[in-house]
Design a protein around this ligand. Structure first.
Ligand SMILES: *Cc1c(COP(=O)(O)O)cnc(C)c1O
Length: 409
């Protein structure tokens, strides 16, 4: 019995739509791109959307279009997929990490506040670093594993300190945040710009792909132009008013995405049912922490992540692998990745909560069509592992106790 970590949910409808693109002969910049952008914007209630070739490309363009300058400081989380920080390096800015909340793994508003109060001072209408005098210009919260960040608090800080908020919602398509007013708002639509990703393991897929959403029309036009070699709406094919990139989404991807976005409701219901079933199976197991639930969050989970006792995670992973169950440790914190250590001198111990999560979090097999018997098998396997673990630790405790007693005096 092999159970993969994830699997895209593709039906005949997707196949039919992609096939019709192939038969049409128009493989890029066609009608599907526009329809897909409109459908996503409608779904998340955003005014504008620009589809791009990946979530990473979308984040890169979001930073460029926001006017981030080389040397600018950008606050973000070390507990994320590396792309959310890499894009800061792409534009020559400096990632300023702050620690995360122990339950959700999301950036902690208190930690942001502490960091700014300690290391930045007000100069004019901006906040600059006490050390190098460079401006703090943006904040990139990441809705980790699909669980919304505390956006009321984050937006408040951003407003007070004049920071642009770029939401990395690449793991949070279909997740809702319930704000102080009780409104249910899609992640990705609470900052200046939001970015979603459609890699095959995400809540919906276009193969490779992503989309940038915003309420700012001018910003969106800039992003569209940047994604298309710097062309503008007015110009001709070989006229490039600015330095751009080729970050376009092709028609096959857009057609695939168009069917997937229409299925979000159905797919989200399936995902949440799988999550509930896991929760029920695992809640009875002592020593395994299931994902957090908060009244401010209605998550459409990206992955199903449990927390294991520190020091035990890799052993559990090996045991599950021996039973054909694929899992993945999420995440190695970004500040501990080689590039970041070398460039910025980040070291272990700087962000203890992120580091602890990095050692305790394990993603279990999770996709829309995971069967009840597969979930039960995973849960049963974890139970067996826990029982063996307790036995083994009991023996070790006895040995230690025995050794202590054997000591003279
Ligand atoms: C998936 C993901 C991205 C973007 O991924 P792409 O593979 O470039 O589409 C960015 N940030 C986070 C947190 C992600 O999980």
């Amino acid at each position: 019995m092999g159970i993969p970590l994830s699997r895209p949910d593709i039906t005949e409808a997707e196949i039919k739509e992609v096939r019709s693109v192939l038969l049409s002969g128009r493989l890029s910049l066609g009608p599907y791109l526009e329809r897909f952008e409109k459908a996503v914007a409608d779904y998340v209630s955003a005014q504008h959307a620009v589809a791009v070739s990946s979530g990473t490309a979308g984040l890169h363009l979001a930073l460029l279009a926001s006017g981030i300058q080389p040397g600018d400081h950008i606050i973000t989380t070390p507990f994320s997929f590396i792309a959310s920080a890499n894009v800061i390096l792409y534009v020559g800015a400096r990632p300023v990490f702050v620690d995360v909340e122990p339950d959700t793994g999301n950036i902690s508003p208190q930690a942001i506040e502490r960091k700014i109060s300690k290391e930045y001072i007000k100069r004019g209408n901006r906040w600059v670093c006490r050390m190098d005098g460079m401006p703090l210009s943006a904040l990139i919260p990441v809705h980790v594993f699909g669980h919304p960040c505390r956006m009321d608090e984050i937006n408040e800080i951003a407003h007070e300190r004049n920071l642009i908020v770029i939401e990395d919602a690449c793991e949070a398509m279909g997740s809702l945040y319930i704000n102080r007013m009780g409104e249910r708002i899609h992640t990705g639509t609470m900052g200046k710009i939001g970015v979603f990703a459609f890699y095959p393991n995400k809540q919906m897929t276009t193969g490779e792909g992503g989309i940038v959403v915003s309420g700012d029309e001018k910003l969106t036009q800039t992003i569209r132009s940047l994604s298309n070699q710097g062309r503008d709406d007015m110009g001709t094919w070989l006229w490039h008013p600015r330095l751009g990139y080729n970050y376009r989404m092709d028609e096959m991807s857009a057609a695939l995405g168009l069917v997937q976005i229409k299925r979000m409701e159905e797919m989200g219901a399936k995902r949440r049912a799988v999550m509930r079933s896991y929760n029920e199976h695992l809640a009875v197991l002592e020593g395994i922490e299931t994902p957090p639930e908060h009244p401010y969050a209605e998550a459409n989970p990206f992955v199903y992540v449990v927390k294991v006792k520190q020091g035990d995670r890799d052993d559990l992973m090996r045991y599950l692998a021996s039973r054909g169950i694929e899992t993945r440790p999420y995440f190695t914190p970004i500040h501990l990745q080689p590039v970041y250590g070398e460039r910025f001198g980040f070291k272990r111990g700087m962000f203890p909560v992120a580091e602890e999560l990095g050692e305790r979090c394990l993603a279990l097999p999770f996709h829309n069509n995971l069967k009840e018997e597969e979930i039960a098998f995973v849960a049963e396997s974890i139970k067996i592992w826990l029982e063996r673990r307790i036995k083994k630790n009991g023996k070790r405790d006895k040995k230690i106790k025995g050794a202590a007693e054997a000591k003279p005096g």
